[in-house]
Design a binder for this molecule. Structure first.
Ligand code: NDP
Length: 262
Protein backbone atom coordinates (compact mmCIF):
# COMPACT_ATOMS: atom_id res chain seq x y z
CA UNK A 1 0.00 0.00 0.00
CA UNK A 2 1.34 3.48 -0.83
CA UNK A 3 2.37 5.68 2.07
CA UNK A 4 0.49 8.96 2.58
CA UNK A 5 3.58 11.16 2.89
CA UNK A 6 5.94 9.32 0.50
CA UNK A 7 8.30 11.83 -1.16
CA UNK A 8 7.03 14.72 0.99
CA UNK A 9 8.80 16.87 3.58
CA UNK A 10 7.38 17.95 6.93
CA UNK A 11 8.59 20.39 9.59
CA UNK A 12 7.50 19.84 13.19
CA UNK A 13 8.23 22.51 15.81
CA UNK A 14 8.64 21.02 19.27
CA UNK A 15 9.30 17.67 17.61
CA UNK A 16 11.43 16.28 20.44
CA UNK A 17 8.67 15.36 22.90
CA UNK A 18 5.00 14.47 23.40
CA UNK A 19 2.65 15.26 20.52
CA UNK A 20 5.46 16.64 18.33
CA UNK A 21 7.58 13.51 18.71
CA UNK A 22 4.61 11.17 18.07
CA UNK A 23 3.78 13.21 14.95
CA UNK A 24 7.38 13.05 13.73
CA UNK A 25 7.45 9.29 14.16
CA UNK A 26 4.13 8.78 12.31
CA UNK A 27 5.27 11.07 9.46
CA UNK A 28 8.46 9.04 9.10
CA UNK A 29 6.42 5.83 9.09
CA UNK A 30 4.28 7.32 6.31
CA UNK A 31 7.34 8.00 4.16
CA UNK A 32 8.06 11.70 4.87
CA UNK A 33 11.42 13.27 5.48
CA UNK A 34 11.07 15.32 8.66
CA UNK A 35 12.84 18.36 10.11
CA UNK A 36 12.28 19.09 13.78
CA UNK A 37 13.26 21.88 16.15
CA UNK A 38 13.18 22.43 19.92
CA UNK A 39 15.33 24.39 22.38
CA UNK A 40 17.15 21.58 24.21
CA UNK A 41 20.02 20.28 22.07
CA UNK A 42 20.62 17.19 24.24
CA UNK A 43 17.03 15.91 23.84
CA UNK A 44 17.08 16.64 20.11
CA UNK A 45 20.32 14.70 19.68
CA UNK A 46 18.93 11.69 21.53
CA UNK A 47 15.66 11.73 19.58
CA UNK A 48 17.34 12.12 16.18
CA UNK A 49 19.85 9.37 16.95
CA UNK A 50 16.99 6.99 17.81
CA UNK A 51 14.87 7.98 14.79
CA UNK A 52 17.87 7.83 12.42
CA UNK A 53 18.52 4.24 13.45
CA UNK A 54 14.92 3.31 12.77
CA UNK A 55 14.16 5.38 9.66
CA UNK A 56 17.58 6.29 8.17
CA UNK A 57 19.63 9.41 8.92
CA UNK A 58 18.87 10.89 5.48
CA UNK A 59 15.22 11.21 6.51
CA UNK A 60 15.51 13.27 9.69
CA UNK A 61 17.17 16.57 10.53
CA UNK A 62 17.05 18.66 13.68
CA UNK A 63 17.89 22.18 14.76
CA UNK A 64 18.16 23.47 18.34
CA UNK A 65 16.37 26.81 18.47
CA UNK A 66 13.54 28.72 20.09
CA UNK A 67 10.58 29.34 17.82
CA UNK A 68 10.65 32.87 19.25
CA UNK A 69 14.00 33.58 17.59
CA UNK A 70 13.07 34.79 14.11
CA UNK A 71 16.63 34.78 12.71
CA UNK A 72 17.16 31.19 13.91
CA UNK A 73 13.81 30.15 12.42
CA UNK A 74 14.76 31.67 9.03
CA UNK A 75 18.10 29.90 9.18
CA UNK A 76 16.28 26.61 9.93
CA UNK A 77 14.04 27.15 6.88
CA UNK A 78 17.14 27.73 4.72
CA UNK A 79 18.66 24.48 6.01
CA UNK A 80 15.46 22.57 5.21
CA UNK A 81 15.53 24.05 1.69
CA UNK A 82 19.18 23.07 1.23
CA UNK A 83 18.87 19.59 2.75
CA UNK A 84 15.41 18.44 1.68
CA UNK A 85 14.64 20.93 -1.14
CA UNK A 86 10.96 21.46 -0.26
CA UNK A 87 8.38 21.71 2.52
CA UNK A 88 4.90 20.21 2.21
CA UNK A 89 3.70 20.41 5.80
CA UNK A 90 4.42 22.73 8.72
CA UNK A 91 3.21 21.52 12.13
CA UNK A 92 3.22 24.43 14.59
CA UNK A 93 3.30 22.48 17.82
CA UNK A 94 6.01 23.97 20.09
CA UNK A 95 4.90 25.47 23.36
CA UNK A 96 3.39 24.91 26.77
CA UNK A 97 0.54 26.23 28.91
CA UNK A 98 0.64 28.60 31.88
CA UNK A 99 -1.39 27.87 35.01
CA UNK A 100 -2.40 31.28 36.41
CA UNK A 101 -5.48 33.24 37.46
CA UNK A 102 -6.18 36.87 36.62
CA UNK A 103 -5.13 37.81 40.18
CA UNK A 104 -1.69 36.24 39.97
CA UNK A 105 -0.71 36.86 36.33
CA UNK A 106 1.88 39.64 36.19
CA UNK A 107 2.31 41.92 33.17
CA UNK A 108 5.52 40.06 32.33
CA UNK A 109 3.64 36.74 32.28
CA UNK A 110 0.88 38.18 30.10
CA UNK A 111 3.45 39.48 27.62
CA UNK A 112 5.50 36.27 27.61
CA UNK A 113 2.44 34.07 27.12
CA UNK A 114 1.03 36.16 24.27
CA UNK A 115 4.47 36.31 22.67
CA UNK A 116 4.85 32.51 22.87
CA UNK A 117 1.39 31.71 21.53
CA UNK A 118 1.33 34.27 18.68
CA UNK A 119 4.95 34.24 17.54
CA UNK A 120 5.23 30.44 17.66
CA UNK A 121 2.78 30.70 14.74
CA UNK A 122 4.00 33.90 13.08
CA UNK A 123 7.74 33.17 12.75
CA UNK A 124 7.48 29.59 11.39
CA UNK A 125 4.71 30.58 8.96
CA UNK A 126 6.78 33.51 7.64
CA UNK A 127 9.89 31.36 7.34
CA UNK A 128 8.25 28.43 5.50
CA UNK A 129 5.50 30.25 3.59
CA UNK A 130 7.30 30.35 0.22
CA UNK A 131 8.30 26.71 0.31
CA UNK A 132 4.79 25.66 1.41
CA UNK A 133 3.20 27.69 -1.39
CA UNK A 134 5.52 26.14 -3.98
CA UNK A 135 4.57 22.65 -2.78
CA UNK A 136 0.86 23.49 -2.46
CA UNK A 137 1.31 22.39 1.12
CA UNK A 138 -0.44 22.91 4.42
CA UNK A 139 -0.08 24.11 8.00
CA UNK A 140 -1.51 22.33 11.02
CA UNK A 141 -1.38 24.16 14.35
CA UNK A 142 -1.63 22.34 17.66
CA UNK A 143 -3.95 24.52 19.71
CA UNK A 144 -6.07 23.97 22.78
CA UNK A 145 -9.75 23.61 23.57
CA UNK A 146 -9.11 26.53 25.94
CA UNK A 147 -9.44 28.78 22.87
CA UNK A 148 -13.21 28.13 22.91
CA UNK A 149 -13.73 26.93 26.48
CA UNK A 150 -11.60 29.13 28.75
CA UNK A 151 -10.56 27.99 32.22
CA UNK A 152 -10.20 30.63 34.97
CA UNK A 153 -7.09 28.88 36.33
CA UNK A 154 -5.47 29.29 32.89
CA UNK A 155 -6.83 32.72 32.07
CA UNK A 156 -3.77 33.94 30.20
CA UNK A 157 -3.25 30.79 28.10
CA UNK A 158 -6.99 30.62 27.31
CA UNK A 159 -7.16 34.14 25.91
CA UNK A 160 -3.90 33.76 23.97
CA UNK A 161 -5.19 30.46 22.51
CA UNK A 162 -8.36 32.25 21.32
CA UNK A 163 -6.16 34.83 19.58
CA UNK A 164 -4.27 32.04 17.81
CA UNK A 165 -7.51 30.52 16.49
CA UNK A 166 -8.49 33.93 15.14
CA UNK A 167 -5.08 34.36 13.47
CA UNK A 168 -5.30 30.91 11.87
CA UNK A 169 -8.71 31.72 10.39
CA UNK A 170 -7.28 34.85 8.76
CA UNK A 171 -4.27 32.92 7.50
CA UNK A 172 -6.51 30.26 5.96
CA UNK A 173 -8.00 33.01 3.78
CA UNK A 174 -4.85 35.01 3.04
CA UNK A 175 -2.73 31.96 2.18
CA UNK A 176 -5.45 30.23 0.08
CA UNK A 177 -5.53 28.60 -2.37
CA UNK A 178 -1.82 27.76 -2.23
CA UNK A 179 -1.62 26.70 1.44
CA UNK A 180 -4.31 25.10 3.61
CA UNK A 181 -4.35 26.10 7.30
CA UNK A 182 -6.05 23.96 9.97
CA UNK A 183 -5.71 23.20 13.66
CA UNK A 184 -6.37 20.53 16.22
CA UNK A 185 -7.82 21.48 19.60
CA UNK A 186 -6.30 19.42 22.38
CA UNK A 187 -8.08 18.66 25.63
CA UNK A 188 -5.72 16.72 27.88
CA UNK A 189 -3.06 14.62 26.20
CA UNK A 190 -0.56 12.61 28.23
CA UNK A 191 2.83 14.19 27.55
CA UNK A 192 5.83 15.77 29.28
CA UNK A 193 3.64 18.64 30.55
CA UNK A 194 1.34 16.27 32.47
CA UNK A 195 4.27 14.12 33.55
CA UNK A 196 5.82 17.23 35.17
CA UNK A 197 2.52 18.02 36.95
CA UNK A 198 2.25 14.38 38.09
CA UNK A 199 5.79 14.51 39.51
CA UNK A 200 4.87 17.70 41.42
CA UNK A 201 1.65 16.12 42.85
CA UNK A 202 0.72 16.98 46.45
CA UNK A 203 0.33 13.37 47.57
CA UNK A 204 3.59 11.75 46.49
CA UNK A 205 2.28 8.30 47.47
CA UNK A 206 -0.40 8.43 44.72
CA UNK A 207 0.45 6.12 41.78
CA UNK A 208 0.69 7.39 38.22
CA UNK A 209 -2.41 5.40 37.15
CA UNK A 210 -4.44 6.69 40.12
CA UNK A 211 -3.35 10.29 39.56
CA UNK A 212 -4.28 10.19 35.85
CA UNK A 213 -7.61 8.45 36.56
CA UNK A 214 -8.49 11.09 39.17
CA UNK A 215 -7.55 13.85 36.72
CA UNK A 216 -9.82 12.42 33.98
CA UNK A 217 -12.66 12.06 36.48
CA UNK A 218 -12.20 15.55 37.91
CA UNK A 219 -12.20 17.04 34.39
CA UNK A 220 -15.30 14.96 33.51
CA UNK A 221 -13.81 13.64 30.28
CA UNK A 222 -16.55 11.48 28.67
CA UNK A 223 -14.02 8.94 27.35
CA UNK A 224 -12.66 8.74 30.94
CA UNK A 225 -8.96 9.03 30.17
CA UNK A 226 -6.32 11.38 28.83
CA UNK A 227 -5.49 11.16 25.13
CA UNK A 228 -2.30 9.63 23.81
CA UNK A 229 0.20 11.72 21.82
CA UNK A 230 -0.25 9.20 18.98
CA UNK A 231 -4.00 9.98 18.88
CA UNK A 232 -3.26 13.68 18.41
CA UNK A 233 -0.67 12.77 15.77
CA UNK A 234 -3.24 10.86 13.70
CA UNK A 235 -5.46 13.94 13.51
CA UNK A 236 -2.49 16.10 12.47
CA UNK A 237 -1.47 13.64 9.75
CA UNK A 238 -4.99 13.59 8.34
CA UNK A 239 -5.40 17.39 8.24
CA UNK A 240 -1.92 17.84 6.80
CA UNK A 241 -2.40 15.31 4.02
CA UNK A 242 -3.91 15.54 0.55
CA UNK A 243 -6.82 13.45 1.91
CA UNK A 244 -7.95 16.69 3.57
CA UNK A 245 -7.53 18.61 0.30
CA UNK A 246 -10.83 20.50 0.61
CA UNK A 247 -10.43 21.35 4.31
CA UNK A 248 -9.00 24.72 5.33
CA UNK A 249 -9.76 27.14 8.17
CA UNK A 250 -11.08 24.20 10.19
CA UNK A 251 -10.41 22.83 13.65
CA UNK A 252 -10.62 19.25 14.84
CA UNK A 253 -11.11 18.46 18.53
CA UNK A 254 -8.96 15.75 20.06
CA UNK A 255 -10.37 15.90 23.57
CA UNK A 256 -12.21 12.70 24.45
CA UNK A 257 -15.45 14.68 24.29
CA UNK A 258 -14.39 17.34 26.80
CA UNK A 259 -15.97 20.31 25.01
CA UNK A 260 -19.37 21.51 26.23
CA UNK A 261 -20.20 23.80 23.33
CA UNK A 262 -21.99 22.84 20.09
P1 NDP B 1 5.74 18.56 25.56
O1 NDP B 1 6.20 19.38 26.72
O2 NDP B 1 5.81 17.08 25.63
O3 NDP B 1 6.49 19.05 24.24
C1 NDP B 1 6.67 20.40 23.94
C2 NDP B 1 7.70 20.53 22.83
O4 NDP B 1 7.84 21.90 22.46
C3 NDP B 1 9.08 20.06 23.28
O5 NDP B 1 9.74 19.49 22.16
C4 NDP B 1 9.77 21.37 23.66
O6 NDP B 1 11.17 21.21 23.63
C5 NDP B 1 9.21 22.29 22.58
N1 NDP B 1 9.24 23.71 22.88
C6 NDP B 1 8.65 24.37 23.91
N2 NDP B 1 8.88 25.68 23.82
C7 NDP B 1 9.62 25.88 22.70
C8 NDP B 1 10.18 27.01 22.06
N3 NDP B 1 10.04 28.25 22.57
N4 NDP B 1 10.89 26.84 20.93
C9 NDP B 1 11.05 25.60 20.39
N5 NDP B 1 10.55 24.49 20.94
C10 NDP B 1 9.85 24.63 22.09
O7 NDP B 1 4.23 19.07 25.33
P2 NDP B 1 2.96 18.52 24.52
O8 NDP B 1 3.32 17.50 23.54
O9 NDP B 1 1.91 18.25 25.52
O10 NDP B 1 2.53 19.88 23.82
C11 NDP B 1 2.53 20.12 22.44
C12 NDP B 1 1.65 21.34 22.17
O11 NDP B 1 0.29 21.03 22.54
C13 NDP B 1 2.05 22.56 22.99
O12 NDP B 1 1.90 23.73 22.22
C14 NDP B 1 1.04 22.53 24.13
O13 NDP B 1 0.85 23.79 24.74
C15 NDP B 1 -0.21 22.04 23.38
N6 NDP B 1 -1.23 21.51 24.28
C16 NDP B 1 -1.01 20.36 24.98
C17 NDP B 1 -1.96 19.87 25.84
C18 NDP B 1 -1.78 18.59 26.59
O14 NDP B 1 -2.67 18.20 27.36
N7 NDP B 1 -0.68 17.89 26.40
C19 NDP B 1 -3.22 20.62 26.07
C20 NDP B 1 -3.37 21.78 25.24
C21 NDP B 1 -2.40 22.21 24.38
P3 NDP B 1 12.17 22.18 24.45
O15 NDP B 1 11.59 22.36 25.82
O16 NDP B 1 13.48 21.48 24.42
O17 NDP B 1 12.21 23.46 23.68
Amino acid sequence: MSKTYQGLVAVVTGGSSGIGLATTRRLLEEGARVAICARTEETLTKVTTDLSQEFGEQNIMANALSVLDEAAMNDFANKVQTTFGRCDLLVNNAGQGLVSTFANTTDEKWRAEFELKMFSQIYPVRAFQNMLAEANGSIVAVNSLLAYQPEPHMVCTSSARAGVQNLLKSLSVELAPAIRVNSILIGLVDSAQWQRRFEAREDQSQSRAAWYAALASQKKIPLQRLGLPEEAAEAILFLGSRKAGYITGAQLEVSGGLSRYI
